[in-house]
Structure formats: C-alpha cells, structure tokens
Write a protein that binds this ligand. Structure first.
Ligand SMILES: [Zn+2]
Length: 329
C-alpha cells in the first residue's frame, strides 16, 4: 500500500506527524455484557470523553493515534471515526484478534487459517463490516509462556494478510516475552522485519532482549508508560535511555496502551478490576494517553534523550514503519 488507511480515509505516511503507536479509545474484554452489576456504557459520554482526550493530545502536538484494538476486544470503528471527525485526530485501526486466554476464540479456532487470512485482507482492503472503514494494519498477539496453536495460526494468517496487502503488523506480547518468535513467524510469511512493531517490550527492563528485537530490524514498543503495576516508569525510562545510548533510537516507539473509555463500567486489567475514573486513579494514577507529554518527556530529556531523538521516535519511526522503509543503520 502506498497510503495508510485511517478511519476517516486515506493518508500519506508523510502526513502522519507526531504519532502515538499504541493507544485505545474504547475497549471491552470478552463477556463485558455479562456484568450486570457494572455501570451502563454511555456512548454519548464516552464519545465526548474520547474527543476531549484527542483534543488534549493535539495540544501536545500529536496528530496520529494508532488504536490497535483487536476485533474481539470491543473494537468499534464507527466510534473511532466519530471521534476522529469531531476532534481532527488522525486515527488508524487494525484487523486481527487478541491472545487466546483473553480473546474470543471460538470462531477463529474453528475456521481454517486461509479463511482468517481472507477476513483480514477483506478488512484491510474493502472495509470492516459494512462501515467502509478499512483497517490500516494487522494486530497479532501472544500469551505466555509459549505461543499456543491458536495464536500461531492467527500469527501466520496475519503475516500472510499483511504481506499480501503490504501493510505493517503490530503485536501484543505478554510483558516482553516471545517477541523474537513473533518476528520469526511473521517474517517467514513475507513481512519484512521493519514492518513489525513488537508491542509491550517494556514489560521487562531486559536491554539484551530489546537490542535483540532491534537487531532483527523490528520496532521495539515501550508502549505501556503509566502502567506502573507491571514495571515502574523509572525502569522504562532507563530502558529507553539505554537504547538511545546504544544507537538504537531508530527502533524505539513510545506509547501508553491507555484507554479513554470502556464498554464495561469496570474493566479488568491484569487481573484487577479497574473502574474508571476512581479505581484507575487509585491504582494507576498516571495511566492516560497524555502521561508521556506531561511527566515522562522531561525525565527522558534529563536522561540525555535529545529533541532530535524524540523527533525520530515520534515522527520518523512511525513514518518509516508505515512506508515500509528500512531505517539506515
Ligand atoms: Zn493495547
């Protein structure tokens, strides 16, 4: 693809500007409908909240928001399109499903791999449902400690679809595990490593692991800033600093994996019920899509990350990733 599908139409990679590579507008874990005790989802309020957050991000200079919500986590591309139209934010959505233990596995478990691949290609080229909104890239996911047969099937289907269409792949890993295995499976389907972003690689501050992903040519997502119950942000900052020191700034992407709204009044995260805004504020007070700009970038600058580095991270890397252009080494 010479263009990027956004939820409001095509864009050129050159137009992306400052990009957050892994955020969510609205999410719901499978079965959210069953929680009759949760407060009701209120679409009008959720939309308003999403628009507010996008406007806040625009004030920080962010112009593109990648929302890799899997198909089975309450993905709602019309919701995304309305927020994009009302806020002026460029929003990109994905096709692809979540990891086995937290996804909706029955249908894709039963379908042959070729059918799943065809479904992904359909969403990338014709559109999602009857919305006419096309996915811009493919989402794949693995749990831990190993890749299940189900997850492997979806990785292969996703890799083939991305290779056929010529779009990038974004991944979920469980706390920085199995990234190399993901790269191996995806590249075997014809996806160049520089079109793979290995998500949640900041779940462990294992510099050798981070370098090993970058050495393969993939982008390394330090994309859960603010989720300090997994690992403190201090250690994320140090991990990013070490990558920049070692000459890997062209492989680094930063984000939060925060969500603006939830289908369920009390979303489950990491085994905890987090009911926004009160419970999120209590357990993860900084987990919001503006956290990097409000609290982390000053600390990264102090750690020696320059303005040029930040431009590479937020502007150049996403552009190259979407263009399919390999970074000079
Ligand atoms: Zn996510």
């Amino acid at each position: 693809m010479d263009w990027i599908n956004t939820v409001t139409g095509r864009a050129q990679p050159e137009e992306l500007g400052m990009t957050l590579v892994h955020e969510h507008l609205l999410i719901g874990f499978p079965g959210w409908q069953m929680d009759a005790l949760a407060p009701r989802f209120r679409r009008v309020e959720a939309l308003a909240r999403g628009v507010d957050r996008m406007q806040e991000l625009r004030d920080f200079g962010v112009t593109t928001f990648l929302d890799p919500c899997p198909m089975d986590l309450g993905r709602d591309v019309e919701f995304m399109a309305e927020v994009a139209a009302r806020s002026g934010m460029r929003i990109v959505c994905t096709t692809g499903a979540y990891k086995q233990n937290e996804g909706l596995t029955y249908t894709f478990g039963a379908l042959p791999l070729e059918d799943i691949e065809a479904i992904y290609v359909k969403e990338l080229t014709e559109g999602i449902g009857e919305s006419g909104i096309r996915a811009g890239l493919v989402k794949v996911a693995t749990g831990s400690p190993t890749i299940s047969d189900y997850e492997r099937k979806l990785l292969i289907a996703g890799g083939r679809a991305a290779a056929t269409v010529g779009c990038p792949v974004i991944t979920h890993t469980d706390n920085a595990t199995l990234g190399l295995e993901q790269i191996e499976i995806l590249t075997a389907q014809g996806v160049p490593a520089h079109r793979i972003l290995v998500g949640h690689s900041d779940g462990r501050d294992d510099h050798d692991y981070h370098r090993s992903l970058a050495d393969k040519g993939a982008y390394v997502g330090f994309d859960r800033f603010g989720i300090e119950t997994l690992i403190p942000d201090d250690r994320r900052i140090e991990s990013v600093g070490k990558m920049v020191d070692a000459g890997y700034v062209r492989s680094v992407c930063l984000s939060h994996d925060a969500t603006c709204a939830s289908w369920l009044g009390r979303p489950v995260f990491n085994g905890h019920l987090v009911a926004p805004p009160e419970a999120i504020a209590a357990t993860l007070p900084n987990w919001e899509c503006t956290h990097l700009f409000k609290r982390i970038l000053p600390r990264l600058r102090k750690r020696g990350v320059t303005e040029t580095d930040l431009h590479t991270i937020f502007v150049t890397n996403p552009r190259r990733y979407f263009r399919g252009e390999e970074a000079p080494r």
